[in-house]
Design a protein around this ligand. Structure first.
Ligand code: SF4
Length: 302
């Protein structure tokens, strides 16, 4: 079934109980508790916890997590995001080493490293990203490293600092359609995010670029399709699409739940535009099953 712009599928109002496809594994398994201890012991943060990710029970049970470097306080206050915002602490120069140790202790073959926005730092934290990549590479040479980076306020030098450290995947989320940036992501700029993805391909074409979108914030299907086209124009090859879930009543309202069939339709629409890999589903987050996403991308490239 192809989702038609003129005749969108029926949708469910957000006040209705959570639909069954959003039911998740409750956290608490032995592996989950082991990871929780590891993060506390090494004084590390994860976006899994800070962003209240619904997949934490499953991911941590499977031994995967997304490290959030540069502290746990963001200098921006995006309306959809549960991460705390305000004035961050000073940069912890030993953090990259502790992240590398934790990745080794967890035995990861694919590590995802992201950060809060650090607009207070001259390089936006790019040198800490680079150091984390290098230390992880040195400690676990076989581990694939994916970085999910902020826009660095459009500073090209910061992007190049990260790229020159040699990540395996460069991820930067556009998050939503341009019309909703002012409401949802007031500190970001849609053209700036596209420019970052474009520059990455120009500078290091061998590093695949990846991005993610949330749906349910009030976007129209044709706006999403237009974003798909823009992303392909700048060479993005991996796309994730997931349901926006409002972290609290203080956050941007959710306009609607998408049905799993609609996610399947969005995936078809995106694949038809030439993405090498598209992960689309209610619980998909940019780091959800990131290892499998990268494997599928490698297979599609062969
Ligand atoms: S989807 Fe990503 S952020 Fe969410 S729990 Fe899994 S690894 Fe963490």
């Amino acid at each position: 079934m192809v989702l038609m712009v003129e005749a969108p599928l029926e949708f469910i109002r957000p006040r209705e109980p959570k639909p069954p496809w959003l039911k998740v594994r409750a956290p608490g398994s032995a592996n989950y508790l082991r990871l929780k201890d590891l993060m506390r012991e090494r004084r590390l943060h994860t976006v899994c916890e800070e962003a209240h990710c619904p997949n934490i029970g499953e991911c941590w049970h499977r031994g995967t997590a997304t490290f959030m470097i540069l502290g746990d306080v963001c200098t921006r206050a995006c309306a959809y995001c549960a991460v705390a915002h305000g004035r961050p602490d000073a940069v912890d120069l030993a953090e990259p080493g502790r992240v590398a140790e934790a990745i080794e202790a967890m035995g990861l073959r694919h590590a995802v490293i992201t950060s809060v926005d650090r607009d207070d730092l001259p390089d936006g934290g790019a040198s800490i990203f680079a150091d984390t990549i290098r230390q992880t590479r040195a400690r676990i040479p076989g581990c694939r490293i994916e970085v999910l980076i902020p826009d660095f306020q459009g500073v090209e030098r910061s992007l190049l600092t990260v790229l020159d450290a040699g990540p395996d995947v460069l991820n930067h989320n556009v998050e939503t359609v341009p019309r909703l940036y002012r409401m949802a992501r007031s500190g970001g700029r849609y053209p700036r995010s596209l420019e970052l993805l474009d520059r990455s391909r120009q500078h290091r074409p061998e590093i695949p670029t990846k991005t993610g979108l949330m749906v349910g914030l009030g976007e129209e299907i044709e706006e999403l399709v237009s974003v798909f086209d823009n992303l392909r124009e700048v060479g993005v090859s991996i796309l994730t699409i997931g349901q926006y879930l409002r972290p609290s009543p203080a956050h941007a309202p959710m306009v609607r739940y998408y049905h799993p069939d609609e996610f399947a339709d969005l995936k078809r629409l995106a694949l038809a535009r030439g993405f090498a890999h598209v992960e689309s589903g209610p619980l998909v987050r940019s780091s959800y099953h990131a290892h499998e996403q990268a494997d599928a991308f490698d297979a599609a490239r062969r």
